[in-house]
Design a protein around this ligand. Structure first.
Ligand code: FE
Ligand code: FE
Ligand code: ZN
Length: 277
């Protein structure tokens, strides 16, 4: 089963996203838990959530991959920004419990000159504050391109965060194809080698979801500019290898390519067509 979808707008609610996903051939999706630039979240409509949960069950949806706002930076050098990150994540995780047992993905953060060690320490500290034993959501650390002072450019950095978290059973990793290629993991020429390294450093059982994006820039450029599937430096062949790789079966795959709904529908159709399962 190929579990694939894309980013959808949450402005019309959960059921609307579910139906939109079905319309474009998706059986999972991502959405921003609030405006991607931050700010306050819309109140949860419990009737809408209930209708969506039924709809998702009927249509055999895979797990959803919610996305935290981009502005969330747990390892900022400003106390105020760190506090915003903490409170936003706390509130997001409370909201996620309306749709239990899904994924919540976030960018670990940028250390803005404080150094990786301090960055990792601050992220770990935030996770140790917001994760609770009773939560059903799994929080995913996204692999990053290494733009500026981004933490998460290497598997080792993600592993260091996981190692510092007490309730590490609540943590997983979301692998973004554009980001890892930008960061210097050659998924085009050595996909098996990259997955072996992920397994050796983090453990493949932590890999819970993927962001599938082509890249506007060449290998190791640390730029983070997504391209349509097959139109960038990674190429369609590698994407087809990824969806058919025996070690990656069942993971929800989210497209974050520069597309409107019809473009996403096209990419989903191309990938479903190339799927051998
Ligand atoms: Fe992301
Ligand atoms: Fe991503
Ligand atoms: Zn990106």
């Amino acid at each position: 089963m190929l579990n694939i979808g894309c980013h959808l707008s949450a402005s019309k609610g959960y059921l609307h996203m579910g139906k939109e996903a079905t319309d474009i051939g998706a059986n999972t999706f991502a959405f921003f838990t609030r405006n991607p630039r931050g700010g306050s979240a819309k109140a949860i409509d419990t009737d809408d959530v209930k209708a969506f949960l039924e709809y998702a069950k009927e249509h055999s949806f895979a797990m959803l991959v919610a996305h935290a706002p981009y502005t969330l930076n747990a390892c900022s050098n400003k106390e105020e920004t760190r506090e915003f990150a903490l409170n936003t994540m706390k509130d997001d995780l409370a909201r996620m419990e309306y749709t239990p047992h899904q994924y919540y993905n976030f960018h670990p953060g940028s250390h803005v000159g404080q150094g990786e060690e301090t960055g990792i320490e601050l992220i770990t500290k935030q996770l140790n504050t917001v994760l609770t034993k009773d939560m059903t959501t799994t929080v995913l650390l996204e692999t990053m391109a290494g733009k500026g002072s981004e933490i998460g450019r290497s598997f080792e950095e993600l592993k260091a965060i996981i190692d510092g978290v007490e309730l590490d059973e609540k943590l997983g990793v979301c692998l973004d194809t554009c980001h890892v290629y930008d960061a210097g993991y050659d998924i085009v020429n050595d996909l098996d080698g990259v997955l072996d390294e992920f397994d050796r450093v983090i453990g493949l059982e932590r890999l819970k979801a993927m962001h599938m994006n082509d890249s506007k820039n060449p290998f190791e450029s640390h730029k983070d500019r997504h391209e349509k599937i097959g139109e960038g430096s990674i190429g369609l062949d590698t994407m087809i290898k990824i969806i058919n790789h025996p070690k990656l079966q069942g993971l929800p795959i989210i497209l974050e390519t520069p597309n409107e709904l019809d473009g996403y529908a096209h990419e989903i159709a191309v990938l479903r067509n190339a799927y051998n399962g």
